[in-house]
Design a protein around this ligand. Sequence first.
Ligand SMILES: Nc1ncnc2c1ncn2[C@@H]1O[C@H](COP(=O)(O)OP(=O)(O)OP(=O)(O)O)[C@@H](O)[C@H]1O
Ligand SMILES: [Mg+2]
Length: 379
Amino acid sequence: MELELERLAAIVGSSDDAIISASLDGVVLSWNPAAERLYGYAEAEILGTPISITVPPDREDEMQQNLETIKLGRAVDHLETERIRKDGSRVPVSITMSPLKESGRVVGISAIETDITQRKQVERELARSFTLLRKAAEDRQELLRRLVSAEVEERARISGQLHDDTIQKMTAAGLRLEKLRASVEPSQASELGQVLGVVSDAVTRLRRLMVELHPRTLDQDGLAAAIREHFAIANEGGWMHSLQDDLSREPDPVMRQLAYRIALEALTNAHKHARADQIEVALRDEGTGFTVTIWDDGIGISPEQISESPLGHIGLASMRERAETANGSFTIGPAPEGGTVVEFSLPYEAQAERFPELEGTTPPVTAPGSRRPPRGLRP
Ligand SMILES: Nc1ncnc2c1ncn2[C@@H]1O[C@H](COP(=O)(O)OP(=O)(O)OP(=O)(O)O)[C@@H](O)[C@H]1O
Ligand SMILES: [Mg+2]
């Protein structure tokens, strides 16, 4: 028994945590070396003193409540609070209090008290880092918004100029040529006719460019409508276009623009490079985000073509960059059934990244590929 007590005393003496006991009316009965280090009172000077000497005035009520709990024979676990040292400084501590019992009756309190200054500091630093991170993410989203709107404005300006200036002048020139053709000799008339053909072809192309630069449909009727409009004006290759639209709502203007631009680049690539007959676009709902898949049944694409675009060819890089800047994802590769498949995911809203650690929520963007796309990439 004595040996057992000595062993216990050794444990208490060498503990890094302050271990204190007090009577039920709060008088200190024991005080280990760690308590001396934590509070600055030597054992000899504090024995017999009220424990309340270490309790800050604004924590007295809390202490009273805990005493009541102990008197009822219950423990108080990991209470995070503050205490006062001998030098008057405050220290954050975690305290576990248990009743001391003698033949079933509560006769006192034992407490284990741990200095949590460092942990609190780490918590503060973490909170500060999260605030900075969140701010950086918000700044990034703001930048993205501005970039997209600057791009949209610039495109609208060029489109307006094409409409008000270039196209008007070309149309007027065409009319003049038409008149001229009526008054010249037949040999010249046929030559003029050829020039007229070139002019009207150019006007058609300029009108198409105008729509591509600034598709009003995109703002007015949404992403699916704008893609359908693009199918209609880019039809000279005789492709069979189709669109499956399963979006639950319209992406916000920034995300709509991004999605439209990425999809257009993928469609242009399919038209230019794929030698395809069929081109399918699918818009899939992913909860807080959406996925766009563009598939063609053409010649396919090799890993080398994906990893090293020829100098000055920036289509693939710009698609990836746009998607990733918006916290989305982008992939391109050969499709299992032949041809090429491009797939990208974006959030519906251009919101700043969330910090689930701080907010207890899950991130907004569904991980790409978490659901099987209608036409998966070849593994
Ligand atoms: N759908 C596709 N089918 C077949 N090959 C493709 C397809 N998409 C892209 N490629 C190949 O990948 C290459 C890189 O595409 P990328 O869009 O980066 O450049 P680009 O279209 O040649 O030029 P840019 O887009 O800058 O006008 C293309 O040159 C082409 O060889
Ligand atoms: Mg391209």
